[in-house]
Write a protein that binds this ligand. Structure first.
Ligand code: PLP
Length: 390
């Protein structure tokens, strides 16, 4: 008998479990709408042109892969900081950015840092939220609760959300989806963001913005504008950026954590602690993806190209939303009012199971489908399958 004898078998990750079932399915017309990945009109993972050109630049500058500093590639951190807080902004002086392993790694560094400061702080995530929010903050040692966010048949439950934030204890960490809410697709309006920021300030909460989809709602600048709502007030602020979707660099694990302090001196102390977190978690981050993202962020031509390619991706998603709504009738008109990669269809778990088992269309039991995986070649099948299980 060893310490491993009683290791319990952990449940399968719900999303990756669906992918496994999809891979095992022999139906040649199977469709995977389970994973949060943007696919192009041909159903392929795109290589963005801005990234292809960045690869040429990075190849020209190829150097041995020495260790990066603990907080990551300096040019990358500087580029992300400007993306988050605005080039030339006075906020840059009191903000710090560290490279992270994707958006998840950025959230994890932030969670670790916050736990060191106050392990007893409550953490609130939206109901529902990306599954990993709860798991990640729980695993870090926090008690995780929820604020109301979605009401079936209605969409965003903004009064409920606001009431729950206004009720939260001082010091509560509030995880907020900056745009393209995962899993529902329902976002706040700018006026609603102002009300949330008011509540955060009044109640002295700690906002943690998850920006996993910057650029997929209205564009980089418009989607990033939510940061200013919080940064303009004397509240602490954490922002987790991911380039997984926006640069289609999923496996390179490119993300960053940005933290805004009260002044430059406080920011320096925050950075020193973030470095301790990183050092003890994985020592220092990988080189390649950050070099690519840094090149795109720094080169005005590549940056403009990136903006244009993001516009193409979001336009394609909008076209697919419209096409799905047209095929499914007025009951599904709500799909066009959601944004980002996902749609909460309102279908129940047994209907989602029937979609998988009888039609080889794979979405999550929660009713979430990834509309960014729809294309002209599969949309009729998907719409017919949804009609059949309704
Ligand atoms: C809301 C949200 N946050 C964070 C992430 C993590 O992104 P990454 O793949 O960069 O770790 C995702 C990815 O699906 C997400 O949907």
């Amino acid at each position: 008998m060893t310490v491993f004898a009683d290791v319990p078998l952990a449940p399968r990750d719900p999303i990756l479990g669906i992918t496994e079932a999809f891979v095992a399915d022999q139906n040649p017309d199977k469709v995977n709408l389970g994973v949060g990945v943007y696919l192009d009109a041909q159903g392929k993972l795109p290589v963005l042109e801005c990234v292809r050109r960045a690869k040429e630049q990075v190849a020209l500058a190829a150097k041995p892969a020495a260790y990066l500093p603990i907080n990551g590639l300096a040019a990358y951190d500087a580029g992300v900081k400007e993306l988050v807080f605005g080039a030339g902004s006075p906020l840059l002086e009191r903000a710090v950015t560290v490279q992270g392993l994707g958006g998840t790694g950025a959230l994890r560094i932030g969670a670790e840092f916050l736990r060191q400061l106050n392990a007893a702080a409550p953490v609130l995530i939206s109901d529902p939220s990306w599954e990993n929010h709860r798991a990640l903050f729980t695993r870090t040692g926090f008690a995780v609760g929820t604020y109301r966010y979605y009401e079936p048949g209605v969409g965003l439950d903004f009064p409920g959300m606001l009431a729950d934030l206004q009720d939260a204890a001082a010091g509560t960490v509030v995880v907020l989806h900056a745009c393209c809410h995962n899993p529902t697709g329902y976002d706040l309006t700018p006026a609603q963001w102002t009300q949330v920021a008011d509540a955060v300030q009044e109640r002295q909460l700690v906002p943690f913005l998850d920006m996993a989809y910057q650029g997929f709602r209205d564009g980089l600048a418009a989607d990033g504008a939510v940061v200013a709502e919080f940064a303009g007030r004397s509240v602490p602020l954490l922002v987790a950026t991911s380039f997984s979707k926006s640069l289609s660099l999923y496996g390179e694990r490119v993300g960053a954590l940005s933290v805004l302090g009260q002044d430059a001196e406080e920011a320096a102390r925050i950075l020193s602690q973030l470095k301790v977190c990183v050092r003890t978690l994985y020592s220092n981050p990988p080189t390649y993806g950050a070099a690519l993202a840094a090149a795109v962020l720094a080169d005005p031509e590549l940056r403009a190209l990136w903006d244009a390619e993001l516009a193409q991706m979001r336009d394609r998603i909008k076209v697919m939303r419209k096409a799905l709504a047209e095929r499914l009738g007025p009951d599904f008109a709500f799909v066009t009012g959601q944004s980002g990669l996902f749609s909460y269809t309102g279908l129940a778990a047994d209907q989602m199971r029937a979609l998988r088992e009888q039609h080889s269309v794979y979405g999550l039991d929660s009713g979430r489908i990834c509309v960014a995986a729809l294309n002209e070649g599969n949309i009729d099948r998907v719409a017919q399958a949804i009609q059949a299980v309704r």
